[in-house]
Design a binder for this molecule. Sequence first.
Ligand code: RDL
Ligand code: RDL
Ligand code: RDL
Length: 153
Amino acid sequence: MKIGIADTTFARVNMGAVAIDELKRHATLRIERYTVPGMKDLPVACKKLIEERGCDLVMALGMPGGKDKDKLCAHEASQGLQLAMLMTNKHIIEVFVHEDEAKDDRELAWLLEQRTREHAVNAVKLLLYPRELERDAGTGQRQGFPDAGPARQ
Ligand code: RDL
Ligand code: RDL
Ligand code: RDL
């Protein structure tokens, strides 16, 4: 199995390096990396990782800034990622951390790293251990900040 890592120079943490570190802790996989300037460049990078570099699943790592135009940009990038998934019939795990989710740079760095790590685990499960996701269905999982938990205790 081969996992693709698409990340950006715009993000304020090296999300690609974090993802690769986490993936290596959980599975022996071949990894292909493709770094682009910003999140709107991610959809084609992901599609190329799948179609030209043979990836079975790709993680798209990006950091939308806090301004309205960045949020619009994030929505556009996300739609591109959805399209790339439907065109290739492969999962693209979108790991976006909005800069304004965090109260300061320290929390932002933590969140960028933590959400990336937790979604790397999701990527491994989707690809290799789908039963583990099924086991967690309906449990209010979140990535980064604490899980919401099930509504019914
Ligand atoms: O194709 C070159 C750029 O247009 C592309 O890299 C954009 O994704 C860059 N970019 C913006 O132009 C912008 O207004 C980004 C953001 N905001 C953003 O919030 N996060 C990004 N890129 O990763
Ligand atoms: O590909 C990995 C994630 O991007 C994807 O699973 C998203 O659907 C997760 N997600 C968000 O990123 C988000 O901001 C979800 C929500 N909000 C939401 O409200 N409900 C979800 N997922 O099921
Ligand atoms: O309910 C609090 C948060 O879950 C909510 O604000 C999410 O929208 C935050 N979020 C994103 O904005 C996003 O782009 C999340 C993800 N991606 C994600 O992949 N996983 C999350 N939250 O748990």
